[in-house]
Design a protein around this ligand. Structure first.
Ligand code: ZN
Length: 133
């Protein structure tokens, strides 16, 4: 892993949470983006080298809606920058980690992303991401 790229936080209401995190972090989100395939509306804040990604479900079947239903709002995933992502996926697979997809998918913030199975990572949802360039 190159570095912790961002921390994803599941929220019920993105607008309210944007205001909350703007006050908390002292900076406004630099982008808001809908990723229809993932069923999420996201916003991103920069804090030093790290980003905070807020995620709101766009429909009740979204993974974020199901997460909030089970666990409530809060930290949802840790995302690590990796390069190249396909190679890292192979490495981790051979180390016994489960992947939630066989190929990386387009994610928010111009990334290719894939998630590791939380069963294999102490229940921490880990995202691998690589800039799409
Ligand atoms: Zn993420």
């Amino acid at each position: 892993m190159n570095k912790l790229e961002h921390i994803g936080i599941a929220v019920k209401n993105l607008e309210e949470s944007n205001r909350l995190f703007s006050r908390l972090l002292g900076t406004d989100p630099y982008k808001t983006e809908i990723v229809e395939r993932e069923g999420v509306k996201t916003s991103f804040f920069k804090v030093g080298d790290i980003k905070i990604e807020l995620l709101e479900a766009t429909h009740s079947d979204s993974p974020i809606a199901r997460f909030i239903e089970k666990k409530g709002e809060g930290v949802h995933h840790l995302a690590f920058d990796v390069q190249p992502i396909e190679e890292k996926m192979e490495n981790l697979k051979s180390e016994g980690f489960g992947l939630l997809a066989d190929t990386p998918k387009p994610g928010a913030d111009n990334k290719k992303i894939v998630f590791l199975h939380p069963k294999t990572t102490n229940s921490v949802l880990v995202e691998l991401c690589q800039d799409r360039g």
